[in-house]
Each structure stands twice: as structure tokens, then as C-alpha cells.
Design a protein around this ligand. Structure first.
Ligand code: NDP
Ligand SMILES: CC(C)CCC[C@@H](C)[C@H]1CC=C2C3=C(CC[C@@]21C)[C@@]1(C)CC[C@H](O)C[C@@H]1CC3
Length: 464
């Protein structure tokens, strides 16, 4: 990287800030390295990163993408089948493969399309706030409705009305297989349409990674960054609405079904439902924060996210509740209290870290974050180096993982199956953390190196 001194008044200088500013190691003649590094060219850091066919391939390239496209749906169906089997062995074969008619049901298709339509209608309702996304390559910013929490409340009201009018919500648990099947088909068809749409999109609309030229890889990762039909943003809609709200609705149906079978829901089922509802409610309450995640700012919308959002999240994230319906677990109050404490600690770290960063990114002078130590970077942005973000480089992942543990503990320790989410999520976050580090290194260069020196652990203090 060529290094020059940033002229006074540019982003790299940050004169006049009342902040404990940290200098980035020492460059030539004792001038801090941060003040030397050339800011990225107009268009932002994205323009510095290799794009299109020059971008390094992720996920094992086309072969890895093809394998994942088979492996992910296969894993989801394996989990759905094993959860209802007697032995519930994560690593064993399911006792029987479903007959084709157990997978296909026109009723499930109708229900699924109605669900997508309902959530799309809620998305299109007037929003109390419109948020702006990150700056795009062409310097424009997209606008997004902030009404996800409203969609959750409206769904709850509608389901509540339905149940009081006699809707057999518990029956949903018997449709999970055909629903998962139509969700997977929808994800395939949707990704294909998005891929074709992206062939006509201008270069400026393409995602940095998903336009390698290899159709399998690009189909998996997604070619277009923010595919839209008018003002309807497909990726933003799918990331938070049908899948996340569907997840808690499936959980609720499992709770209702358990109550019908046992007379009342078990304490373990209450805990799993409560914890995961808190998580989903929190995500929708802080909906705006999703606009800065790599899924929205970096990844295209292809099979990975379409399948992940529409099928993987509702049908595998509800695994603990599925397991509990078929394998009820006794849970004493003292154990339940300890599990609640674990979830509370996880949530405290997760929310504290996410809110601290979001507040800082919105307004670094906000009194809640103004006293924190920072490192200046050549882009003009700063990196927090104390508070949550001074403990490890991804404190929010740590909190998320602790919560994942709390969601499995109510299922006891007799089976590995309910711990699948914790295992998968650890792998996902380790991989995601590595991808984020790579992107931050491209964005912040030397300043990121300095951050890594100051905060050496990635997710778990003193361990990783
Ligand atoms: N349940 C699930 O399946 C999943 C949950 N999640 C959760 O979603 C949330 C969002 O995660 P994710 O999108 O991965 O990314 P993060 O919220 O962790 O954001 C990473 C970004 O934060 C900024 N940043 C990093 N370090 C600092 C610092 N020291 N000071 C200030 N800014 C910093 C950088 O962006 P910049 O500098 O450009 O602002 C970086 O790219 C997390 O809580 C995660 O646990 C994520 C994936 C899946
Ligand atoms: C199918 C593959 C294994 C990968 C799928 C990944 C997706 C399931 C996740 C990618 C990023 C996600 C985020 C969330 C849910 C899971 C997916 C879609 C959240 C919405 C969960 C709640 C948090 O508060 C915010 C998360 C943002 C990222």
C-alpha cells in the first residue's frame, strides 16, 4: 500500500475529537501509520477489493458450491426425519426414508405461498420509518422499510385470532416435511429467476463475489447484490421475515401440539420457545442493523441465502422444539433457572456488543460510546478498541454462541441431536468471522492489523 500523510481536515486526521485516540504503531519519522495510509479511491473500499472474475472464490469454489447445494437440503431433511425418530441419532441414518407422498402435498404448497404472500403484504404496509442502506458502487443508497417488528405483531394477532376461531395450529407439525420440501423448491426456483434477472443487471448492481463467470458458483452465491422488483427488496425481505417469523410460528405449533398430547406444554418447551422468540423479536426490533451485515452489503442473493432464509432457518432452527415434541425431557426449576441465566448472559453480551457498535457507527459522539478508545483508519471510519469490542474482535458472536448453548440445554444431555444448532453455528460463525476479517483487512489495512494486535482473540477470550 502506498502511504502518504493525510492532509489536515480529511477523515484520517480527526482533529478536535474528544476521544482517547490511539495511534497505529509508528511509521516513518515517528508519524502514526494511520495518518500515512492512503485513503481508498472514490467509490469506497469496495473498489479496492478484487471484483468479479478476479475475486478469490469462497466456499471451495464451484465444486464446494455444488456440494453445499446438495448437502444443505439433505442435512435439513435428515434432521427433520431423525428428530421424530425414536433413537434421534444425529449421526445415524434416519429409520426410514419418507414416501414421495409424505413430501408432496398441495395443501402445504398453498399454505407456504399464502405465508409468503402474507409476509410480502406486511412488508408493503406503510412503515413508520424508512432507513438508508450503505453507499453502493454507483454512490446511490437504497431505502428500506423498517416494519419487521410490526409484521411479527400482525402475524401474532392473526394467528391468535385464527386459534381462537378454532384453527388447529398443532396440525402444522404434521406438515413440516412437505412444507420444508416446498420451501426448498421455492428457494431453487427463486434463485434461478434471480440468476436470470442478474444476467440483465448492470455491472454496478453485481455483488463483489458472485460474478465469477462460473454459473454453478454464481448461482450459489448470487450475482446481483440487491435484486429488487420496484421498491420490493428480495434479499432484505427474505433475510428477516418469512424465515425468522416462520421459525417462531413452527415453535409455537410444536408447543401447542405438545400441550394437546401431554395436557400442558413442558417447561423445556416453554424455555426453548421463550428464548428463540426473544432472539427473533430482537432481530426484528433492531431490523435496521441488518443493513450493515455482510449478507446485505457484500453477498449476492443466490441459492445460499434464499435457501438459508426460506428453508434452513425455519426448519432447522426449530430443531430443539421438534426434538422436545417427540422426546419430552423432564426439567426441574433450579436447572431451568440456571439455563435462563446462561441465556440472559448470552443475550446481554450479544445485545450489548451489537448496540455498542451500531450506536458508534451511527454517531461516534453519542455519550454512550464517546468515552471509548478507538483506532483511526485511513477510510475516515474508526474502530472501537475498548468496551465490548476491546474484549474480543467479535463479542456479538460470543453472546450468540452462549445463547445457542442455552437453547439446547433444556433438551437434556442424553442426545447429541439438539446440540446440532450449536455445532453448526460454531462452524458458521468461525467461517463468517474469517470472511469478515478478510473484508476488514481490505477496508482498513494497517489499522486492522493494529486492531488485531491490540485485541488478539477473535471470539472467545484467551481461547480463540
Ligand atoms: N443466528 C444466525 O444464524 C446468525 C446470526 N448472526 C448474528 O448477526 C449479528 C451480525 O453479525 P455479522 O453481520 O456477521 O457482523 P458484525 O455485526 O459482527 O459486523 C462486522 C462488522 O463490524 C465492523 N467492526 C468490526 N470490528 C469493529 C470495531 N472494533 N469497531 C467498530 N466496528 C467494527 C466492521 O464493519 P464496518 O467497519 O464497515 O462497520 C465489520 O465488518 C451478530 O450478532 C451475529 O452473531 C450472524 C449470522 C448468522
Ligand atoms: C444455509 C447456509 C448454511 C447458510 C445460511 C446462512 C443464513 C441462515 C444466515 C446468514 C446470516 C443470517 C443472519 C441471521 C439469520 C441467519 C442468516 C440468514 C440473523 C437475521 C439472525 C438474527 C440476528 O439478530 C441478525 C442475523 C443477521 C444475519
Amino acid at each position: 500500500m502506498r502511504c502518504v500523510r493525510a492532509p489536515p481536515g480529511t477523515g484520517a486526521g480527526h482533529r478536535g475529537r474528544i476521544r482517547h485516540r490511539v495511534h497505529l504503531g509508528v511509521g516513518v519519522e515517528g508519524v502514526p501509520l494511520a495518518d500515512f495510509c492512503e485513503p481508498p479511491p472514490p467509490g469506497g473500499a469496495e473498489t479496492m477489493a478484487p471484483q468479479g472474475s478476479r475475486a478469490p472464490l469462497e466456499f471451495g469454489g464451484p465444486l464446494g458450491a455444488a456440494a453445499l447445494m446438495l448437502l444443505l437440503p439433505a442435512t435439513m431433511f435428515h434432521l427433520l426425519l431423525v428428530a421424530r425418530s425414536g433413537p434421534a441419532r444425529l449421526l445415524g441414518l434416519p429409520p426410514h426414508l419418507p414416501a414421495p407422498e409424505a413430501l408432496w402435498s398441495p395443501g402445504a404448497l398453498l399454505l407456504w405461498l399464502t405465508w409468503l404472500g402474507l409476509q410480502a403484504a406486511f412488508y408493503l404496509l406503510p412503515a413508520h420509518k424508512m432507513a438508508e442502506g450503505q453507499e453502493l458502487k454507483d454512490k446511490s443508497r437504497l431505502r428500506y422499510p423498517i416494519n419487521g417488528f410490526q409484521a411479527l405483531v400482525l402475524t401474532a394477532l392473526l394467528v391468535g385470532l385464527g386459534v381462537s376461531a378454532g384453527l388447529p395450529l398443532g396440525m402444522l407439525t404434521e406438515m413440516l416435511l412437505p412444507l420444508a420440501w416446498v420451501a426448498t423448491l421455492t428457494a431453487f426456483i427463486f434463485s434461478l429467476l434471480l440468476y436470470l434477472k442478474a444476467l440483465m443487471a448492470p455491472a454496478s448492481a453485481l455483488a463483489p463475489g458472485g460474478n465469477s463467470g462460473n454459473p454453478v458458483y454464481d448461482f450459489f452465491l448470487g450475482r446481483e447484490l440487491n435484486p429488487r422488483f420496484g421498491s420490493f427488496d428480495c434479499k432484505y425481505f427474505c433475510e428477516l421475515r418469512p424465515g425468522l417469523i416462520g421459525w417462531v410460528l413452527i415453535n409455537l405449533a410444536l408447543l401447542v401440539q405438545e400441550a394437546e398430547l401431554l395436557g400442558s406444554p413442558s417447561l423445556a418447551m416453554w424455555l426453548v420457545n421463550g428464548f428463540q422468540l426473544l432472539y427473533v423479536g430482537d432481530a426484528l426490533w433492531h431490523e435496521e442493523a441488518v443493513l450493515t451485515t455482510m449478507d446485505i452489503t457484500h453477498d449476492g442473493f443466490g441459492f445460499m441465502l434464499a435457501f438459508g432464509d426460506l428453508a434452513w432457518v425455519p426448519f432447522t432452527y426449530s430443531l430443539q422444539a421438534q426434538f422436545l415434541l417427540y422426546h419430552p425431557q423432564p426439567l426441574e426449576l433450579p436447572t431451568a433457572s440456571v439455563i435462563c441465566l446462561v441465556n440472559a448472559v448470552g443475550y446481554y453480551i450479544f445485545r450489548g456488543a451489537n448496540s455498542q457498535k451500531n450506536t458508534f457507527r451511527k454517531n461516534p459522539s453519542d455519550p454512550r460510546v464517546a468515552g471509548l478508545e478507538t483506532i483511526s483508519t485511513a477510510t475516515g471510519k474508526q474502530l472501537l478498541v475498548s468496551g465490548w469490542w476491546g474484549m474480543v474482535r467479535h463479542p456479538n458472536y460470543l453472546g450468540d454462541l452462549i445463547m445457542a448453548l442455552a437453547w439446547s440445554l433444556p433438551c437434556g444431555v442424553s442426545h447429541l441431536l439438539p446440540y446440532f444448532y450449536l455445532l453448526y453455528f460454531t462452524a458458521l460463525l468461525v467461517h463468517r468471522e474469517a470472511r469478515d476479517e478478510q473484508q476488514c483487512l481490505q477496508k482498513y489495512g494497517l489499522a486492522w492489523h493494529e486492531y488485531c494486535r491490540r485485541v488478539p482473540y477473535r471470539i472467545v477470550p484467551y481461547i480463540y
